[in-house]
Design a protein around this ligand. Sequence first.
Ligand SMILES: Cc1cc2nc3c(=O)[nH]c(=O)nc-3n(C[C@H](O)[C@H](O)[C@H](O)COP(=O)(O)OP(=O)(O)OC[C@H]3O[C@@H](n4cnc5c(N)ncnc54)[C@H](O)[C@@H]3O)c2cc1C
Length: 401
Amino acid sequence: MRIIISGAGIGGLTLAYWLNKYGFDVVILEKATVFKRQGYILNLKKTGLQILEKMGVKQDCDEYRILFGKSQIIGQHGELLKKLNYEKVNELSESLIINRSDLHKILFENVKDKVEIKFNKSLKKVNQDVSKVNIKLNDGTSDTCDLLIGADGFESITRHLVFGDSFKKFLGLAYFAFIIENQVNQNLFDKQQEVELRGLNCYASCGTYLVNQSLSLREIGGFFTYKVDKFQPIPPDQRKEHLINKFGQYSSYYRQVFDSIQAHDFIYHNELTQIEMPTWSKGRVALIGDAAYCMTLMSGKGASMAMAGAYILAKKLAEYQYNSSGYQLAFKEYEQVLRDKIIYLQQQGVKVSKLITATNYFSYILTNAVVRIIPQSLIVKQLINLSNNEFDIDDLISAKT
Ligand SMILES: Cc1cc2nc3c(=O)[nH]c(=O)nc-3n(C[C@H](O)[C@H](O)[C@H](O)COP(=O)(O)OP(=O)(O)OC[C@H]3O[C@@H](n4cnc5c(N)ncnc54)[C@H](O)[C@@H]3O)c2cc1C
């Protein structure tokens, strides 16, 4: 059976690995011409880690683990609200914080010699009948496959062409995220001090929540979210200036970080919007990951669930591969296993987005008062619980099918 996957991201590469392992003929179409080191950090917990382990790449990922040390939460005038020590969280939780690019590179290296990956390719047209899917590509060529899987992320072209465009649920927030060369701490701190100052979270009024992390002596990551009525994309060459004007006032440290952003650095800017679809498949086409059920980074599980979707779908396709209408059963059961979990995580994502961004000055003052009073041990316990509450992937599949 020939399966074409649109998108060589976290979910697409995981799916390709498993489909290849089960003996399917797999081709991936990827829009990018090359992969650049862009993006932010991911926190993978039990489910994602189990899948990496099964793929034999967990140890490689561990080498790129980012260890948060001590962190501070400060208010918008620089006042200290809370000190947090992540060492207990690191020690007691089943979680791996990793740069998305590092995870992506490991997944790519793991499949690049096993399946064909065609770069600079994007779907233009999709037509399907009972026995085949016919596609046309951006370069004018055509191809045919038995199944087409869209793993092409939040702005999925597969979703657009096959399912339509009415599945976006805007959460009223936009964000910037970047990882750049660390030119700030390098000069200021020695290694030990730098570890102590890994995190600086600033919670500011007017719907703004900022996080800035020194990831290592080499890199600094920044993540800034803010409330908007309607998302207005800002052109890449204006984003640095926008960050300075909008957030530079909150801390001289932020200002230094923004000033050190160079012309070649990529600042990610997007809306926080979930994808909610009544079904993740249509005929011989199915979607996985952000394309089907984007939960936004507010859930903290996007990568884990993209990998879970890939793992479940591949397993089900393998299970029913000798059945004439096997793919229909596989699509149905893939959704049956995962849908409840996704609905729950999307609901949680909406709650978190409301909690972390103050909608007015009163809620800002109230939340800061709670942050000051709440004991550190309680926050640490909550972080550990959040890390350890994911499901065992094979148990879930057995329980649901
Ligand atoms: C700042 C930030 C922080 C995050 N934090 C977390 C976290 O803590 N934990 C977590 O689990 N997740 C987190 N996420 C989310 C996570 O990165 C995504 O949810 C996850 O990567 C989804 O995987 P995917 O395979 O569906 O999509 P992606 O990994 O986005 O891959 C999509 C792929 O499709 C390609 N593509 C796009 N359009 C086309 C096209 N037309 N044709 C062909 N290819 C195409 C893209 O180039 C890309 O390679 C975070 C995301 C961001 C931005």
